[in-house]
Design a protein around this ligand. Structure first.
Ligand code: SAH
Length: 212
């Protein structure tokens, strides 16, 4: 279902500058309409963020593609995602051949998405908790992708990045962020590249925004 719409979406985001074939293939294969609420299905292949309940959103496909491309992953690599949300971003990473770990803090979203991932037989490792602290047990990660906006780059996440690994994280205030691409050069040495003008829901946690 929706194959034509999905191909049109791939064409659209490649025109917007996504060149990584593995990313474009994954966007062309993962059925985004299964990750959005029923009422949103007809909009699933528009290049827009959509509400998934609890004030949260499934990210815009271009943003998913951009962040994933920025990680420069090799198949078989280990990736940690903070903010599972709908599970769409995690499914894209899995489709690209990654070993995926993903953390969600909202209990309702966590269970709903876990059920969907099981039904779709997507082998994604998930946990419910504060992702600003990372998931130490399976560290280090070749890539870390944070899908909510943070006031700073959490130290725990920097620690859990493998040498040569990359993290993409939106950093800024609560309404607008710059996407930071952080490369771990040495144990305490990081290269940081910045892309302006992104908007994400807030990352709430010990090393994120305080809960109101
Ligand atoms: N990657 C998701 C986008 C989800 S929106 C997708 O593909 O659909 C961001 C998600 O981050 C929300 O579900 C929100 O509840 C979650 N979140 C916010 N702060 C968090 C934290 N500290 N740890 C884990 N998840 C968090």
């Amino acid at each position: 279902m929706y194959e034509t719409e999905r191909q049109e979406l791939v064409d659209k985001i490649s025109l917007k500058g996504i060149t990584d074939k593995a990313v474009l293939n994954a966007i062309g294969e993962v059925e985004r309409h299964k990750f959005v609420p029923v009422a949103m299905k007809q909009h699933a292949y528009n290049d827009v963020a959509l509400p998934i309940g609890h004030g949260q959103t499934i990210s815009q496909p271009f943003t998913v593609a951009f962040m994933t491309q920025a990680l420069k992953l090799n198949p078989g690599g280990k990736v940690l995602e903070i903010g599972t949300g709908s599970g769409y971003q995690a499914a894209i990473l899995l489709k690209m051949g990654m070993e995926v770990y993903s953390i969600e803090r909202n209990v309702d979203i966590f269970y709903k998405t876990r059920k969907l991932l099981d039904e779709m037989e997507l082998r994604i490792n998930t946990k419910c908790g504060d992702g600003t602290l990372g998931w130490e047990e399976f560290a280090p990660y070749d890539g870390i992708i944070v899908t909510a906006g943070s006031p700073t780059i959490p130290n725990s996440l920097k620690k859990q990045l493998a040498l040569g690994g990359r993290m993409v994280i939106p950093v800024g205030d609560k309404t607008s962020q710059r996407l930071k691409i952080v490369t771990k050069l040495e144990e305490e040495k990081f290269g940081i590249e910045e892309i302006p003008e992104f908007a994400f829901v807030p990352l709430i946690g010990r090393e994120g925004w305080n809960e109101k």
